[in-house]
Design a protein around this ligand. Structure first.
Ligand code: FMN
Length: 214
């Protein structure tokens, strides 16, 4: 039985050592599908996700990530990249899907055809930030789905972007940025919780500075 969402959130920990056990292909597919079920701005789904499983690829990726051994140990590392140019590119498949599912009317699509490219043209140098938001929400879906299905994860920020891009074949794509790496596998260490600060420390009521105490 998968864990319910509150339980998965409460028990998830960043796991740094993994058993060598592989993830069954059906389970991995389920994880991928739950990952891309994440919301994205205008549903543009600009994330580009590379599953690194090959031993030589894992070794190269670990090297690009300051030698972090969990990438070699874990059966798979998800590399969350994002195509920053997607909002001003060809979104026909997104529109067609919105129409086919019945979620979007012809009028909505016709509005989006103007509004989306305009929105992304206007975000200017924030385009990277916008793409990264979508990719990080997808990565969060992955971490919670994995926990719910009996796996563990570790999000990784410790890597050199150009090196990661070279490993996964993105070296010639300046429009694609790396958002996060997430290792996935079966934990071989206990879940140690480093704890969270009291809510009054960083959650506020109506205005910054007025502590939320619940
Ligand atoms: C954006 C982000 C980047 C992180 N990068 C790394 C990393 O490069 N290596 C690592 O071992 N842990 C990394 N972590 C894991 C954090 O250290 C961990 O989430 C934090 O200590 C809280 O522990 P918990 O996830 O078990 O609650 C990262 C976490 C986040 C959210």
């Amino acid at each position: 039985m998968p864990l319910d969402v509150p339980t998965a959130i409460a028990q998830r920990r960043s796991i740094k050592t993994f058993k060598p056990n592989a993830i069954a292909p059906d389970l991995l597919k389920q994880l991928v599908e739950l990952t891309v079920a994440a919301p994205s701005s205008y549903n543009i789904q600009g994330w580009r996700i590379i599953l690194v499983q090959d031993a030589a690829q894992k070794a190269a990726l670990a090297e690009a990530a300051w030698g972090q051994a969990q990438i070699v140990q874990a059966p798979v590392t998800f590399v969350f990249a994002t195509d920053v140019s997607v909002g001003t590119g060809d979104l026909t498949p997104v529109y067609e899907q919105g129409l086919a599912t019945g979620a979007w009317s012809e009028a909505t699509v016709s509005y989006f055809k103007t509004a989306i490219p305009q929105f992304y043209a206007n975000v200017g140098d924030k385009a990277r930030e916008y793409g990264i938001k979508d990719a990080l929400i997808a990565a969060t879906h992955l971490m919670l789905a994995a926990e719910s299905l009996g796996l563990s994860t570790c999000p990784l920020n410790g890597w050199v972007e150009e090196k990661v891009k070279a490993v996964v074949g993105l070296e010639d794509k300046p429009e694609v940025a790396i958002a996060l790496l997430v290792t996935v596998g079966y934990a071989s260490e206990p879940r140690k919780n480093p704890g969270r600060l009291p809510l009054s420390y960083n959650v506020f009521q109506d205005k910054f500075g007025i502590p939320y105490v619940g």
